[in-house]
Design a protein around this ligand. Structure first.
Ligand SMILES: Nc1ncnc2c1ncn2[C@@H]1O[C@H](COP(=O)(O)OP(=O)(O)OP(=O)(O)O)[C@@H](O)[C@H]1O
Length: 259
């Protein structure tokens, strides 16, 4: 179910063609093609080390690909990075969080660095702190936040400028179920209003319930992509995922791990 190569269409939120990255001998991403339709809630799944973070880092201009191209709403990421990045909100593993800022400062500076009007930023910051349930921690340093709180403040920072496309690497990891449900409701509203969201996750049930499109990758290659119905083809995403990925992997149990 690999997608056909086509010219980038600005109506698509993101188009990726032949994207590749190698670290030493390790081919992390091996010629990925993906098309993310505008207005879709797109899940990106794959086992540990499959190449999700590397792909998302290249899609968002944080990591230069060895080869291949990325267009965001028709703008070439690596030819016009500033223009392409202006339509993106990004949460990617390993990106700097500036732990000595407070939550309020982190979200505020994210908006100001995006060139937003200070009054608009000041209006939006309390809204974001409220929906992320971070009001009480607003004036604490991010260094003192829990893992889930850090995830939520980073997510708020990625949303402050109301971008056209959100690329979120594991946005719900370590986030409690109440916050997770609230954030998903906000992202759903955003998608219903025409925004595009791509999330990576290991929680198949969450991806199946939340996303309308999905891509499965393993060993740096796309195994399947398309609408959720096309990819799952009548079985659960978890069964489909395990079926696809385990047929690629071999391995026996631990014969010595017994009581
Ligand atoms: N900076 C780096 N230097 C060397 N190898 C790297 C680097 N970044 C990633 N890799 C390797 O590239 C492969 C893909 O890693 P990546 O982080 O993209 O996977 P992932 O799908 O996001 O995994 P996970 O689900 O565990 O977060 C892995 O084998 C990883 O060890």
């Amino acid at each position: 179910m690999l997608e056909k190569t086509s010219l980038p269409d600005p109506d698509n939120a993101v188009v990726i063609r032949s994207l590749g990255k190698q670290f030493g001998d390790k081919i992390a991403v091996n010629g990925i093609n993906l098309t993310i339709p505008a207005g879709s809630f797109y899940g990106f799944v794959g086992p540990n080390g499959a190449g999700k973070t590397t792909t998302m880092s290249m899609m968002t201009g944080l990591l230069r690909p060895d080869h291949g191209q990325v267009w965001v709403h028709g703008i070439n990421m690596w030819e016009s990075p500033q223009q392409a990045k202006s339509v993106l909100g990004v949460l990617v593993d390993g990106a700097a969080v500036f732990p000595r800022l407070t939550g309020t400062q982190l979200i505020t500076y994210s908006g100001l660095l995006r060139g937003m009007d200070a009054d608009v930023v000041a209006e939006r910051v309390p809204d974001l702190l409220r929906v992320m349930d971070l009001e009480e921690a607003a004036n604490k340093m991010v260094a003192d936040y829990s893992a889930g709180m850090t995830k939520k403040v980073s997510l708020a920072a990625s949303m402050i400028h109301s971008p056209q496309v959100l690329i979120l690497d594991e946005p719900f990891e370590a986030v409690d179920p109440v916050s997770s449900a609230r954030i998903r409701a906000i992202l759903n509203e955003y998608v219903n209003s025409g925004g595009t969201v791509m999330i990576s996750s290991h929680v198949m049930d969450l991806v199946e319930r939340t996303c309308d499109h999905v891509a499965v990758i393993d060993k740096g290659q796309v195994l399947a992509s398309g609408s959720m119905a096309e990819v799952t083809d009548g079985v659960s995403l978890e069964d489909r995922f395990v079926g696809m990925v385990s047929s690629e992997q071999s391995g026996e149990g631990l014969s010595w791990f017994r009581t």
